[in-house]
Design a protein around this ligand. Sequence first.
Ligand code: HEC
Ligand code: HEC
Ligand code: HEC
Ligand code: HEC
Ligand code: HEC
Length: 367
Amino acid sequence: MKTFTFLLLFLLTCNASFANDNKVCQKCHPLIYKEYYNSIHRKSSLVNDKIYKAVFEKEHKNREKSNCKACHSPSAKTPQEAKETPISCIYCHTIRDVQEGDKVNKNILTGKKKDFYTAQADKKNESKVKYGTTTSFFGLIKQSKNSPYHQIEYNNENYYNGNVCMGCHSHVNNKNGFDIIMLDAYIDKKDKHTCISCHMPQIMGSKTTLRDSKTHAYHGIAGVHTMSQSLGKYIKIAVKKEKNGLSVKITNKANHALFGQAYREGVLHVSITRANKTTLLKPYIFTRVFGNNRTESMPFVADKVLKDTLIYANKEIKYTLKLQKGDKVTVTLGFRLISKKAAKELELQNDDELSRFKVLKTVSFQL
Ligand code: HEC
Ligand code: HEC
Ligand code: HEC
Ligand code: HEC
Ligand code: HEC
């Protein structure tokens, strides 16, 4: 009964204007809204992301009219929307298809405001799913199904294979035709995991307040900002004793290179504990150095890669310290959102949080 009273009130007030489209969704999807609100997809605009703002101002303000907004804040028509909903709920849930392009891809939207795509394996062929009620126990128990506010389309393959992410996440070529994201992401039918299963895993809590479900897709985006360590399970680390030292082998199960974003820096820390004394080996850095005319350059003017130490399918790193029986080897793989050097270039060195070391995975081996 409570639900029905709520619904009536809700539907009656629905035509009253909400501050923004997402606020409507918040009424029935509060948990997902809260996660979204703390996610990078809410913080992707110039007002919300310091790194993006610094790069934008340094390289673009007066140079060329690149359409950064197409991906960073496509739903922001007002300053308030740029702050609250740069990539809105409706935006993502109405991407019908992705059109491939040389410089960037493009999202093709349906333009509808109350008809959303999503994925659910057991309903994959259903479309135009509307709200309905069923009555059972001689009319005593009334049950509702689906949403009274909007229709749902379960039959768009892009929401199952991860292609819905690729309008923004495939590539961004600079004016030299050079891809500065270069995650090398691809979608392979044989892959067990997708962009969605790794970055939006099902976690505890109901999808909506109108119906109980045990889990929902995490909209906070597991990644370099939140839940980073949960991604560690997709990276395997092995240590091998060798004649003249040791080697660390990293196997990457993601369908893209690790730490591919320009300015990111992956870091590998290795330490050896022997007779209560711990020795730290020199950290190994995974990064790409961009260049133009044989000198180092900022990504947006680069035409080549001068150095590339990223992790693609796998990578082996060798150290010269000789191992002994009884040694404990601890390996930690992590990253900095921006390297200390980039922080200086972007004049962000005063913000410690941006170049703080964050852990993806830590493992110990006892010899
Ligand atoms: C009046 C309440 C209400 C409002 C407002 C509402 N929804 Fe829903 N939504 C629901 C209900 C109920 C379901 C069905 C859940 C189920 O059957 O498991 C649902 C389902 C969904 C689904 C599919 C979930 C699934 O797996 O079946 C998506 C996507 C969705 N809503 C997005 C949105 C967006 C985006 C907005 C804001 C524009 C919004 N909703 C506003 C109640 C609402
Ligand atoms: C085709 C979509 C697209 C366009 C256009 C685009 N970007 Fe991005 N940008 C992304 C995506 C996706 C990411 C996140 C990639 C990642 O984290 O690996 C990103 C990340 C960034 C980052 C890193 C932000 C951080 O917090 O670390 C910067 C800086 C950036 N973009 C600058 C720009 C600028 C400046 C422009 C305009 C010249 C631009 N981008 C245009 C999609 C785009
Ligand atoms: C970056 C794109 C993106 C944004 C932004 C986004 N969603 Fe989603 N959402 C998805 C995808 C993809 C799925 C399908 C997840 C899956 O396969 O389980 C999904 C699933 C859902 C579901 C069903 C949950 C489930 O477990 O099946 C609901 C409800 C939903 N979204 C509501 C919202 C609301 C409300 C907002 C805004 C607060 C929002 N979404 C913003 C991409 C997005
Ligand atoms: C409308 C464009 C757009 C779409 C669609 C989109 N993203 Fe993003 N995403 C971005 C931008 C822009 C950033 C970088 C924002 C920044 O750092 O300022 C980003 C950042 C990210 C990051 C890196 C940040 C982190 O914390 O790790 C991940 C992971 C990510 N998105 C996953 C996804 C997944 C999974 C999907 C598909 C369900 C998706 N995105 C769909 C634009 C988009
Ligand atoms: C098997 C799990 C897995 C799959 C599948 C996967 N990723 Fe990732 N992703 C990771 C891991 C682990 C990281 C953290 C390391 C890193 O930052 O590169 C990551 C990081 C990212 C980042 C942040 C990179 C950065 O440094 O800013 C983006 C953006 C991203 N993934 C997008 C995607 C997209 C888009 C897809 C689908 C094409 C995808 N991922 C598929 C595991 C996965």
